[in-house]
Ligand binder design. Structure first.
Ligand code: URA
Length: 264
């Protein structure tokens, strides 16, 4: 199979597996999934990833045409969430934190859930953990606006506790729809809550990280949460662990890997 056929087949696989997953969720009684989501979308890949001319050559034209009125946008998903009260977090939040960044990002970062600063501002990763995440972006020579950033749950859990399973279940259809709308090439799961929720596992982050996992056809790299780096103080091992994970992400995206000297 050539490169374009491989990509096309990966996209078809992603669309089919997301569709099956959404059907499962709908059958289990979760709301918020519009009927058009149950039709596999086509391949209107953003220009920065692959030109539409190339796709047409590979026979993806009919998918693109089919996708034209079926492909859900982030704005539509946000509108569908509305003033969400689907779980108990809705009662205590100040602002719903939907996500921020490039709607055509090649790389999406998924955190756990908003903290106090995010709840106040309605934007993910704007507090101390966000400053640490920005440092990770800087080390990767990426701009915050190049990527997309969101969380497993969109409303702040009280006292910053990890989100509970019913909260994750209520919110994850919307996260899936965001990921389907963006269709990134790589996802980074920040911390155990995000990695475990996305991969449906209880395996600890220390065992999940440093290798790619399959998330409905998209490579997913779990890594330590920026808050863990903050808590680990001067322990440079955890920083280098995150850097090792991000190096793999950059390599997969065929982006330059900045040289960092470890002095050890
Ligand atoms: N921690 C997270 O997991 N997400 C945020 O948005 C902020 C802190």
């Amino acid at each position: 199979m050539d490169r374009h056929s491989t990509r096309y087949s990966a996209r078809s696989h992603l669309a089919a597996s997301l569709t099956a997953y959404l059907e499962d969720l709908q059958e289990s009684g979760l709301d918020g999934i519009p009927a058009e989501m149950l039709t596999a979308p086509g391949a209107d890949t953003p220009l920065q990833r692959e030109s539409s001319a190339e796709q047409d050559k590979e026979g993806a034209m009919s998918d693109q045409l089919n996708a034209a009125d079926k492909h859900e946008t982030l704005e539509q998903i946000r509108k569908n969430l509305g003033a969400c009260q689907r779980c108990k977090l809705g009662a205590t939040r100040k602002n719903l934190v939907f996500g921020v960044g490039n709607p055509k990002a090649r790389l999406v970062f998924v955190g756990e859930g908003p903290g106090a600063d995010e709840d106040a501002q309605g934007e993910p990763f704007v507090g101390d953990a966000g400053k640490m995440l920005n440092r990770i972006f800087a080390a990767m020579e990426l701009k915050r606006e190049d990527v997309y950033i969101c969380n497993v749950v969109k409303c702040r859990p009280p006292q910053n506790r990890p989100p509970e399973s019913d909260e994750v279940s209520s919110c994850s259809p919307f996260l899936l729809r965001q990921l389907q709308a963006i269709r990134p090439e790589v996802i980074v799961a920040l911390g155990s809550s995000a990695a475990q929720a996305l991969l449906q596992t209880k395996v600890p982050i220390s065992k999940l990280r440093n290798k790619f996992h399959d998330f409905h056809g998209i490579p997913l790299m779990p890594t330590y949460h920026p808050s863990y780096l903050l808590r680990s103080g001067g322990n440079s091992d955890s920083f280098w662990s995150v850097w090792d994970d991000m190096t793999q992400v950059l390599q997969l995206l065929k982006l330059p890997v900045p040289n960092k000297s470890r002095n050890r």
